[in-house]
Unconditional design. Structure first.
Length: 334
């Protein structure tokens, strides 16, 4: 199996509204404990959680505070990889690859969407309700005898967690929505720049079948008909299925210290090609996450999408690789 790299970045404790259905296990599925840092555990493609935190460092995003990264890729594991306590950290999506073009939401005949998501989701069997979990799995449907049938499509996800809970904000977009506002440009109570990143994608049948599909978070400093106030928004163009089954995109925000600097860009690979870029430089502590992904995420290939290579040390540098007609927008903080 292809080895999976791991990540770092900031994310908010995901609000559990409407989320419980699609990640709860079925009665006819065997329950197993989620993977943890040392155990690796279930999944066709998995990686460790690594804690790159300075000893005795303050609970700040970067500025010596370090980060945690993790990678997880499966076709049918709904429990995920334990990323640690949400009371001390915030986690974002830093990579997504594979096939998110099949599946059905639980509300539609009890299926499963294809999922790449890092979340703090209470009530899932064998989960610690205080923890974040990185979940990546393919889609499933109910057959004529009401059995859950997994479609064996691989999904690979990566997440980064920063040691902060400062001013976390969360929201989600679903098929049929216009741009969804997550938060104002900056906090009215916390000093420092607010920045937002993707935290999850739920795909259904046909949602990611075109090179023009996209999901992103954007900072809008001017208003228009789709953005009636300035602020941070989730935007996407993923269609619903014919029976109304909807895809979703999740995003979260945190406020960084005023001394934080940011770099961002978009990396693109042509159809059939692979493109890699080193995103950071220097010896400072830094972390990167995704702000957008576009292209057809409909290939059964663990690396077909946007995959990050995490640094081996706290002050190391980050690399992003995109493949086969995808574009990935990223931002790094230090």
């Amino acid at each position: 199996m292809l080895p999976l790299a791991a990540f770092v970045t900031a994310c908010d404790g995901v609000d559990d509204q409407d989320g419980g259905e699609e990640l709860m296990l079925d009665d006819d599925l065997e329950l197993a404990a989620p993977a943890e840092a040392e155990t690796g555990a279930a999944g066709e493609l998995d990686g460790p959680v690594e804690d790159l935190r300075a000893v005795g460092a303050p609970p700040l995003p970067l500025v010596g505070g370090g980060f945690v990264w993790g990678s997880w890729g499966t076709t049918s594991d709904t429990l995920g990889l334990d990323m640690g306590s949400q009371s001390t950290r915030t986690c974002f999506l830093s990579g997504v690859a594979g096939n998110l073009n099949v599946g059905a939401r639980d509300g539609f005949a009890g299926g499963r969407p294809s999922v790449a998501w890092v979340y703090d989701f209470p009530g899932v069997p064998h989960h610690n309700d205080d923890h974040y979990y990185l979940v990546a799995h393919g889609g499933a449907y109910r057959n004529q005898t009401n059995d859950l049938v997994w479609q064996n499509n691989p999904v690979n996800a990566q997440a980064t967690c920063l040691y902060t809970t400062s001013d976390r904000q969360y929201d989600f977009w679903e098929s049929g929505d216009g741009p969804v506002k997550i938060a104002d440009l900056n906090s009215s109570t916390v000093v420092g720049p607010r920045h937002c990143y993707l935290s999850g994608i739920e795909g259904v049948g046909g949602a990611w079948n075109s090179s023009t599909r996209y999901a992103r978070v954007v900072r809008r400093t001017t208003t228009d008909a789709s953005h009636p106030t300035t602020g941070w928004y989730i935007e996407a163009n993923l269609p619903a299925t014919a029976n109304g089954d909807r895809a979703r995109v999740h995003a979260q925000c945190i406020t960084f210290p005023s001394t934080t600097s940011f770099t961002s860009n978009t990396l693109t690979a042509g159809v059939g090609a692979t493109n890699s870029e080193v995103l950071t430089s220097g010896s400072a502590v830094k972390a990167c996450a995704l702000t957008g992904i576009s292209g057809a995420l409909n290939v059964d290939d663990w690396a077909d999408g946007a995959v990050m290579t995490f640094p081996a040390t706290q002050t190391g540098n980050w690399t992003l690789t995109v493949k086969n007609g995808k574009s990935a927008s990223w931002e790094c903080a230090q």
